[in-house]
Design a protein around this ligand. Structure first.
Ligand SMILES: NC(=O)c1ccc[n+]([C@@H]2O[C@H](COP(=O)([O-])OP(=O)(O)OC[C@H]3O[C@@H](n4cnc5c(N)ncnc54)[C@H](O)[C@@H]3O)[C@@H](O)[C@H]2O)c1
Length: 321
Protein backbone atom coordinates (compact mmCIF):
# COMPACT_ATOMS: atom_id res chain seq x y z
CA UNK A 1 0.00 0.00 0.00
CA UNK A 2 1.28 3.45 -0.87
CA UNK A 3 1.13 6.33 1.61
CA UNK A 4 1.18 9.85 0.16
CA UNK A 5 1.50 12.84 2.48
CA UNK A 6 0.44 16.38 1.66
CA UNK A 7 3.81 17.25 0.08
CA UNK A 8 3.75 14.15 -2.14
CA UNK A 9 0.26 14.95 -3.44
CA UNK A 10 1.09 18.62 -4.02
CA UNK A 11 4.21 17.67 -5.95
CA UNK A 12 2.42 15.32 -8.37
CA UNK A 13 -0.93 17.04 -8.98
CA UNK A 14 -1.41 20.33 -10.82
CA UNK A 15 -4.45 22.26 -11.94
CA UNK A 16 -4.31 21.61 -15.73
CA UNK A 17 -4.02 17.81 -15.35
CA UNK A 18 -6.68 17.74 -12.60
CA UNK A 19 -9.09 19.65 -14.86
CA UNK A 20 -8.59 17.09 -17.67
CA UNK A 21 -9.09 14.20 -15.25
CA UNK A 22 -12.26 15.71 -13.77
CA UNK A 23 -13.72 16.42 -17.22
CA UNK A 24 -13.17 12.84 -18.23
CA UNK A 25 -14.76 11.58 -14.97
CA UNK A 26 -17.87 13.68 -15.68
CA UNK A 27 -17.97 12.29 -19.24
CA UNK A 28 -17.98 8.80 -17.73
CA UNK A 29 -20.74 9.85 -15.32
CA UNK A 30 -22.71 11.12 -18.32
CA UNK A 31 -22.48 7.65 -19.88
CA UNK A 32 -24.00 6.17 -16.74
CA UNK A 33 -20.71 4.50 -15.78
CA UNK A 34 -20.14 6.23 -12.44
CA UNK A 35 -21.58 5.25 -9.06
CA UNK A 36 -21.40 8.34 -6.86
CA UNK A 37 -24.16 8.40 -4.21
CA UNK A 38 -24.77 11.42 -1.96
CA UNK A 39 -22.34 11.48 0.90
CA UNK A 40 -23.05 10.30 4.42
CA UNK A 41 -22.94 13.20 6.85
CA UNK A 42 -22.86 13.06 10.64
CA UNK A 43 -22.62 15.91 13.10
CA UNK A 44 -20.41 15.20 16.11
CA UNK A 45 -22.44 16.81 18.93
CA UNK A 46 -21.15 20.02 20.53
CA UNK A 47 -18.09 20.25 18.26
CA UNK A 48 -16.79 21.23 14.82
CA UNK A 49 -15.92 17.58 14.17
CA UNK A 50 -18.49 16.67 11.51
CA UNK A 51 -17.79 13.41 9.67
CA UNK A 52 -18.56 13.05 5.97
CA UNK A 53 -17.94 9.85 3.99
CA UNK A 54 -17.98 9.88 0.20
CA UNK A 55 -17.50 6.91 -2.13
CA UNK A 56 -17.25 6.47 -5.89
CA UNK A 57 -16.65 3.75 -8.46
CA UNK A 58 -15.91 4.45 -12.13
CA UNK A 59 -16.60 1.37 -14.23
CA UNK A 60 -14.71 2.17 -17.43
CA UNK A 61 -11.67 3.63 -15.71
CA UNK A 62 -11.78 0.89 -13.05
CA UNK A 63 -11.28 3.36 -10.21
CA UNK A 64 -12.84 3.10 -6.75
CA UNK A 65 -12.27 4.93 -3.50
CA UNK A 66 -13.56 6.82 -0.51
CA UNK A 67 -12.92 10.22 0.97
CA UNK A 68 -13.24 10.92 4.67
CA UNK A 69 -13.89 14.56 5.40
CA UNK A 70 -13.90 15.93 8.94
CA UNK A 71 -13.99 19.29 10.68
CA UNK A 72 -15.80 22.41 9.49
CA UNK A 73 -14.65 25.13 7.07
CA UNK A 74 -13.55 28.20 9.00
CA UNK A 75 -12.67 26.06 12.04
CA UNK A 76 -9.80 23.97 10.67
CA UNK A 77 -6.20 24.42 11.80
CA UNK A 78 -3.34 24.50 9.31
CA UNK A 79 -1.01 21.48 9.57
CA UNK A 80 -3.78 19.18 10.81
CA UNK A 81 -5.39 16.53 8.62
CA UNK A 82 -9.10 16.76 7.86
CA UNK A 83 -9.24 15.31 4.35
CA UNK A 84 -8.20 11.69 3.82
CA UNK A 85 -8.48 9.66 0.64
CA UNK A 86 -8.46 5.87 0.32
CA UNK A 87 -8.05 4.30 -3.11
CA UNK A 88 -9.01 0.66 -3.57
CA UNK A 89 -7.99 -2.06 -5.97
CA UNK A 90 -10.98 -2.10 -8.34
CA UNK A 91 -11.22 -5.91 -8.49
CA UNK A 92 -10.78 -7.07 -4.92
CA UNK A 93 -11.36 -3.89 -2.92
CA UNK A 94 -8.05 -3.97 -1.05
CA UNK A 95 -6.57 -0.61 -0.08
CA UNK A 96 -3.90 0.42 -2.59
CA UNK A 97 -3.25 3.98 -1.45
CA UNK A 98 -3.90 6.32 1.47
CA UNK A 99 -3.32 9.99 0.84
CA UNK A 100 -3.77 13.33 2.51
CA UNK A 101 -6.27 15.35 0.50
CA UNK A 102 -6.11 19.05 1.48
CA UNK A 103 -4.53 20.30 -1.74
CA UNK A 104 -6.41 17.61 -3.65
CA UNK A 105 -9.71 19.01 -2.35
CA UNK A 106 -8.74 22.54 -3.39
CA UNK A 107 -7.65 21.29 -6.83
CA UNK A 108 -10.70 19.14 -7.51
CA UNK A 109 -13.13 21.86 -6.35
CA UNK A 110 -11.40 24.38 -8.59
CA UNK A 111 -11.19 21.89 -11.43
CA UNK A 112 -14.92 21.15 -11.53
CA UNK A 113 -15.62 24.89 -11.69
CA UNK A 114 -13.13 25.08 -14.56
CA UNK A 115 -14.99 22.31 -16.40
CA UNK A 116 -18.34 24.04 -15.79
CA UNK A 117 -16.81 27.33 -16.95
CA UNK A 118 -15.58 25.68 -20.16
CA UNK A 119 -19.10 24.50 -21.03
CA UNK A 120 -21.18 27.35 -19.60
CA UNK A 121 -19.25 30.62 -19.72
CA UNK A 122 -19.14 32.93 -22.73
CA UNK A 123 -16.02 32.29 -24.78
CA UNK A 124 -15.23 36.02 -24.72
CA UNK A 125 -15.23 36.18 -20.90
CA UNK A 126 -12.20 38.20 -19.79
CA UNK A 127 -12.90 39.24 -16.18
CA UNK A 128 -13.10 37.15 -13.01
CA UNK A 129 -14.82 38.03 -9.75
CA UNK A 130 -13.97 35.99 -6.66
CA UNK A 131 -16.20 36.39 -3.62
CA UNK A 132 -14.68 34.62 -0.62
CA UNK A 133 -10.89 34.49 -0.69
CA UNK A 134 -10.19 31.55 1.61
CA UNK A 135 -8.69 28.20 0.61
CA UNK A 136 -11.35 27.42 -1.97
CA UNK A 137 -11.44 30.97 -3.32
CA UNK A 138 -7.73 30.58 -4.08
CA UNK A 139 -8.43 27.32 -5.89
CA UNK A 140 -11.25 28.93 -7.86
CA UNK A 141 -8.99 31.73 -9.08
CA UNK A 142 -6.29 29.25 -10.06
CA UNK A 143 -8.79 27.08 -11.95
CA UNK A 144 -10.53 29.86 -13.84
CA UNK A 145 -7.23 31.50 -14.81
CA UNK A 146 -6.19 28.11 -16.20
CA UNK A 147 -9.29 27.53 -18.31
CA UNK A 148 -10.30 31.05 -19.44
CA UNK A 149 -8.40 34.00 -20.91
CA UNK A 150 -8.76 36.18 -17.84
CA UNK A 151 -7.25 39.67 -18.13
CA UNK A 152 -8.41 41.24 -14.86
CA UNK A 153 -11.22 41.33 -12.33
CA UNK A 154 -12.19 41.72 -8.70
CA UNK A 155 -11.92 40.00 -5.37
CA UNK A 156 -14.01 40.56 -2.25
CA UNK A 157 -13.83 39.02 1.20
CA UNK A 158 -15.14 40.16 4.56
CA UNK A 159 -11.48 39.92 5.62
CA UNK A 160 -9.64 42.36 3.38
CA UNK A 161 -6.28 40.75 4.14
CA UNK A 162 -7.42 37.50 2.54
CA UNK A 163 -8.64 39.33 -0.56
CA UNK A 164 -5.27 41.08 -0.84
CA UNK A 165 -3.40 37.79 -0.45
CA UNK A 166 -5.48 36.20 -3.21
CA UNK A 167 -4.93 39.17 -5.52
CA UNK A 168 -1.19 38.93 -4.92
CA UNK A 169 -0.99 35.21 -5.63
CA UNK A 170 -2.99 35.61 -8.86
CA UNK A 171 -0.75 38.48 -9.98
CA UNK A 172 2.43 36.56 -9.14
CA UNK A 173 1.27 33.37 -10.79
CA UNK A 174 -0.74 34.47 -13.81
CA UNK A 175 0.17 38.12 -14.27
CA UNK A 176 -3.51 38.99 -13.82
CA UNK A 177 -4.52 41.97 -11.69
CA UNK A 178 -7.57 41.48 -9.47
CA UNK A 179 -8.79 44.66 -7.79
CA UNK A 180 -9.64 44.27 -4.11
CA UNK A 181 -13.16 45.70 -3.79
CA UNK A 182 -15.32 46.74 -0.83
CA UNK A 183 -18.57 44.88 -1.51
CA UNK A 184 -20.21 41.98 -3.34
CA UNK A 185 -21.85 44.26 -5.92
CA UNK A 186 -18.48 45.55 -7.14
CA UNK A 187 -17.07 42.03 -7.49
CA UNK A 188 -20.21 40.80 -9.25
CA UNK A 189 -19.57 42.96 -12.34
CA UNK A 190 -17.17 40.35 -13.77
CA UNK A 191 -17.90 37.96 -16.68
CA UNK A 192 -17.17 34.87 -14.58
CA UNK A 193 -17.84 34.76 -10.84
CA UNK A 194 -16.89 32.25 -8.20
CA UNK A 195 -18.54 32.42 -4.79
CA UNK A 196 -16.56 30.49 -2.18
CA UNK A 197 -17.71 31.78 1.19
CA UNK A 198 -18.98 30.33 4.44
CA UNK A 199 -21.90 32.79 4.41
CA UNK A 200 -25.18 31.79 6.04
CA UNK A 201 -27.19 34.52 4.29
CA UNK A 202 -27.70 34.89 0.51
CA UNK A 203 -25.71 37.84 -0.84
CA UNK A 204 -25.75 37.55 -4.65
CA UNK A 205 -28.92 38.77 -6.38
CA UNK A 206 -29.86 38.71 -10.08
CA UNK A 207 -29.74 42.52 -10.31
CA UNK A 208 -26.06 42.53 -9.28
CA UNK A 209 -24.89 40.48 -12.26
CA UNK A 210 -24.70 41.40 -15.96
CA UNK A 211 -26.52 39.44 -18.66
CA UNK A 212 -24.17 36.72 -19.93
CA UNK A 213 -22.43 36.16 -16.58
CA UNK A 214 -21.39 32.67 -15.54
CA UNK A 215 -21.32 31.91 -11.80
CA UNK A 216 -19.59 29.02 -10.04
CA UNK A 217 -21.33 28.88 -6.65
CA UNK A 218 -19.31 26.48 -4.55
CA UNK A 219 -19.55 27.78 -0.98
CA UNK A 220 -22.94 26.46 0.09
CA UNK A 221 -22.57 22.74 0.63
CA UNK A 222 -24.41 22.63 3.92
CA UNK A 223 -28.11 23.49 4.47
CA UNK A 224 -27.03 26.30 6.80
CA UNK A 225 -24.80 28.00 4.14
CA UNK A 226 -26.30 30.34 1.55
CA UNK A 227 -24.83 32.53 -1.17
CA UNK A 228 -27.42 32.80 -3.97
CA UNK A 229 -30.57 34.85 -3.68
CA UNK A 230 -33.76 33.25 -4.99
CA UNK A 231 -33.93 35.95 -7.72
CA UNK A 232 -30.77 34.49 -9.23
CA UNK A 233 -32.12 30.95 -9.23
CA UNK A 234 -35.16 32.27 -11.10
CA UNK A 235 -33.14 34.28 -13.63
CA UNK A 236 -30.42 31.75 -14.44
CA UNK A 237 -29.88 28.43 -16.16
CA UNK A 238 -28.84 26.34 -13.14
CA UNK A 239 -26.59 23.32 -13.59
CA UNK A 240 -25.71 21.17 -10.56
CA UNK A 241 -23.00 18.57 -9.99
CA UNK A 242 -25.57 16.08 -8.64
CA UNK A 243 -29.29 16.77 -8.31
CA UNK A 244 -29.75 14.46 -5.32
CA UNK A 245 -26.71 15.59 -3.38
CA UNK A 246 -27.09 19.30 -4.15
CA UNK A 247 -30.76 19.28 -3.10
CA UNK A 248 -29.90 17.45 0.09
CA UNK A 249 -26.91 19.59 1.06
CA UNK A 250 -27.06 23.10 -0.34
CA UNK A 251 -28.79 25.93 1.49
CA UNK A 252 -28.77 27.75 -1.87
CA UNK A 253 -31.30 25.23 -3.18
CA UNK A 254 -33.64 25.42 -0.20
CA UNK A 255 -36.38 27.09 -2.34
CA UNK A 256 -36.32 24.06 -4.65
CA UNK A 257 -36.10 21.59 -1.76
CA UNK A 258 -39.15 23.04 0.00
CA UNK A 259 -41.10 23.52 -3.25
CA UNK A 260 -41.16 27.34 -3.46
CA UNK A 261 -39.43 26.89 -6.82
CA UNK A 262 -40.13 23.92 -9.13
CA UNK A 263 -37.64 21.03 -9.54
CA UNK A 264 -37.19 22.16 -13.16
CA UNK A 265 -35.26 25.16 -11.78
CA UNK A 266 -32.35 22.72 -11.88
CA UNK A 267 -31.80 22.53 -15.65
CA UNK A 268 -29.23 19.73 -15.76
CA UNK A 269 -26.43 17.90 -14.05
CA UNK A 270 -22.94 18.86 -15.22
CA UNK A 271 -22.40 15.32 -16.55
CA UNK A 272 -25.35 15.79 -18.95
CA UNK A 273 -23.78 18.94 -20.36
CA UNK A 274 -20.23 17.58 -20.54
CA UNK A 275 -21.40 14.40 -22.28
CA UNK A 276 -23.50 16.39 -24.78
CA UNK A 277 -26.91 15.13 -23.61
CA UNK A 278 -28.01 18.69 -22.89
CA UNK A 279 -26.70 21.92 -24.39
CA UNK A 280 -24.78 24.25 -22.10
CA UNK A 281 -24.97 27.98 -22.79
CA UNK A 282 -27.23 28.80 -25.73
CA UNK A 283 -26.98 32.58 -25.89
CA UNK A 284 -24.60 35.39 -24.97
CA UNK A 285 -27.15 37.00 -22.69
CA UNK A 286 -28.01 33.96 -20.63
CA UNK A 287 -26.94 33.93 -16.95
CA UNK A 288 -25.58 30.51 -16.03
CA UNK A 289 -24.99 29.11 -12.55
CA UNK A 290 -22.98 26.04 -11.71
CA UNK A 291 -24.06 24.99 -8.22
CA UNK A 292 -21.38 22.73 -6.81
CA UNK A 293 -21.47 20.82 -3.55
CA UNK A 294 -18.55 18.49 -4.34
CA UNK A 295 -18.82 14.86 -5.42
CA UNK A 296 -16.74 11.87 -4.40
CA UNK A 297 -16.30 11.35 -8.15
CA UNK A 298 -14.02 14.40 -8.27
CA UNK A 299 -11.96 13.33 -5.26
CA UNK A 300 -11.46 9.75 -6.30
CA UNK A 301 -10.70 10.61 -9.94
CA UNK A 302 -8.12 13.20 -8.86
CA UNK A 303 -6.68 10.74 -6.32
CA UNK A 304 -6.19 8.08 -9.01
CA UNK A 305 -4.25 10.61 -11.05
CA UNK A 306 -2.08 11.45 -8.02
CA UNK A 307 -1.51 7.76 -7.33
CA UNK A 308 -0.43 6.97 -10.90
CA UNK A 309 1.89 9.98 -11.01
CA UNK A 310 3.38 9.15 -7.62
CA UNK A 311 4.08 5.56 -8.72
CA UNK A 312 5.73 6.84 -11.88
CA UNK A 313 7.90 9.33 -10.01
CA UNK A 314 8.69 7.09 -7.04
CA UNK A 315 6.96 9.37 -4.50
CA UNK A 316 5.51 8.29 -1.16
CA UNK A 317 6.17 5.36 1.15
CA UNK A 318 5.18 1.76 0.63
CA UNK A 319 3.92 0.07 3.77
CA UNK A 320 1.95 -2.88 5.07
CA UNK A 321 -0.53 -2.22 7.87
N1 LIG B 1 -18.49 22.77 -3.50
C1 LIG B 1 -17.45 22.11 -3.06
O1 LIG B 1 -17.02 21.12 -3.64
C2 LIG B 1 -16.72 22.60 -1.84
C3 LIG B 1 -15.48 22.07 -1.52
C4 LIG B 1 -14.81 22.56 -0.40
C5 LIG B 1 -15.40 23.54 0.38
N2 LIG B 1 -16.63 24.01 0.04
C6 LIG B 1 -17.27 25.06 0.82
O2 LIG B 1 -16.68 26.29 0.39
C7 LIG B 1 -16.77 27.24 1.45
C8 LIG B 1 -15.41 27.90 1.63
O3 LIG B 1 -14.48 26.93 2.10
P1 LIG B 1 -12.98 27.36 2.47
O4 LIG B 1 -12.30 26.12 2.87
O5 LIG B 1 -12.42 28.20 1.42
O6 LIG B 1 -13.26 28.26 3.76
P2 LIG B 1 -12.37 29.43 4.32
O7 LIG B 1 -12.80 29.62 5.73
O8 LIG B 1 -10.93 29.16 4.03
O9 LIG B 1 -12.80 30.71 3.42
C9 LIG B 1 -14.08 31.25 3.45
C10 LIG B 1 -13.93 32.76 3.22
O10 LIG B 1 -15.23 33.30 3.01
C11 LIG B 1 -15.23 34.62 3.60
N3 LIG B 1 -16.60 35.02 3.79
C12 LIG B 1 -17.53 34.48 4.61
N4 LIG B 1 -18.71 35.11 4.43
C13 LIG B 1 -18.55 36.04 3.45
C14 LIG B 1 -19.39 36.97 2.81
N5 LIG B 1 -20.68 37.09 3.14
N6 LIG B 1 -18.85 37.75 1.85
C15 LIG B 1 -17.54 37.66 1.50
N7 LIG B 1 -16.69 36.79 2.09
C16 LIG B 1 -17.19 35.98 3.05
C17 LIG B 1 -14.41 34.44 4.88
O11 LIG B 1 -13.92 35.66 5.36
C18 LIG B 1 -13.30 33.50 4.39
O12 LIG B 1 -12.17 34.19 3.93
C19 LIG B 1 -17.25 26.48 2.68
O13 LIG B 1 -18.61 26.72 2.90
C20 LIG B 1 -17.01 25.02 2.31
O14 LIG B 1 -17.89 24.13 2.97
C21 LIG B 1 -17.30 23.58 -1.05
Amino acid sequence: MLLLDENDVSSVLDMPSTIRQIESAFQEMGKGKATTPPRFRMVVPNSFGTIRLMATALQDSRISGTKVLTGTAGHREAERTYFLLLLFDYDDGSVKCVMSANRLTQLRTGAVSAVATKYLARKDSRTLGVIGAGIQGQGQAEAICTVARIEGGFVYDLEKGKAKALAKSVRDRYGVGLEVVENVGAAAKADILSTATTSTLPFLTSSMVKPGTHINAIGSNLPSRKELDVSLLKAAKVVVDSRDQALEESGDLEPVRVGTLPRETLYAELADVVSGKKPGRTSNSEITVFKSVGLALQDVAAAELAYLQARKLGKGRTLTL
